[in-house]
Ligand binder design. Sequence first.
Ligand code: PLP
Length: 370
Amino acid sequence: MSELLDSLVRASVRSVAPYVPGTTVEQARRRFGLERVVKLSSNENPLGTSPRAMAAIRELETLHIYVDDDYRAVRSLIAQRAGDGVALENVLLGHGSNELLAQLFITFTEPGDQVVMADPTFSLYRMDARLHGVEAVEVPLRDGVHDLDAMLSAVGAKTKMVIICDPNNPTGTQVEPEAFARFVQALPERVILVLDQAYREYMTAGVEGITYAMNRPQTIVLRTASKIYGLAAVRFGYAIAQKDMIDWLLRTRLPFNVSAPALAAVTAALGDDDFLRQSVAANVAGRAQLTAGFTQLGLTMYPSAANFVAVAVPMSATIAYEGLLKQGVIVRSGDGLRMPQRLRVTIGTQLENATFLAALTAVLASEAPR
Ligand SMILES: Cc1ncc(COP(=O)(O)O)c(C=O)c1O
């Protein structure tokens, strides 16, 4: 890299590395010459995409006109489905929920502010903080769960935001609703509360983020179409908050940030309750299958409320990850997720889960002390 260009880069940007996504199917194929690859690394929906959403994308006839930047129809649809008195003006759309997260930092933080978050949690929070010259105050999980008391103690005069990831990536654990209610009660009003609920649809019960957003002004909930709706590749997320907060965020939004294919797909997917139900049911069954498989192998996992599990392995996570990859199963090594000696595994179809469990059995056998 050129030294001159290096010197021109903003200092906060110099301090971050690019986001590292999970291994792709193509990368695994190329590296090991594999034919069949099972990808359980990015918490995507193993059932694919809602057929209605796929049909809506195929039916698009033109793309040469900019979308209506107001996005009224989809925002109303989201508001309607959210209930809780949510109206169109409480909904903001993003190019994935990641964009909305970045917008929160751009809109509300100043260099020198602090943002309180869990450790480990979704790595993008820390990365966004660094990029914006904000100090990430990272509070260790307790038994894999957000330690809300410790997070509250970490809130100080410089705290601008607190981010709660529920269910938490990479552990899959959820926050206990009563503990959360107490936490919110004690949180100073001036602190922005961000609830990232990318996996909320998989939870049968838990914190009702939207209710909090509608009742506490400095609160925002992030949701996504990337997970249960099976639309990770179209990039669509949304935020729900009170109107004042949405209005500030509208100032930092790029025009036309949601594409026409995303709008069409999401509109159809939001109405596909059958697909949603099937996805939840497949996840429940898959989680039971993995839990039973781990028990047989003598392994433990954190209780998961999401579509992935964090299983403890009796070896280096990266060695286990590599051993699985060689057999055509892609998972995430906990080493890169600040979760050593664990793997993060997306719950797949019954066949994918069985393939993974068989591969894991072989890895454990090959690594066992002889
Ligand atoms: C906690 C969390 N939030 C957000 C996202 C990504 O959301 P999107 O695809 O909507 O940008 C993920 C994806 O892995 C996630 O785990």
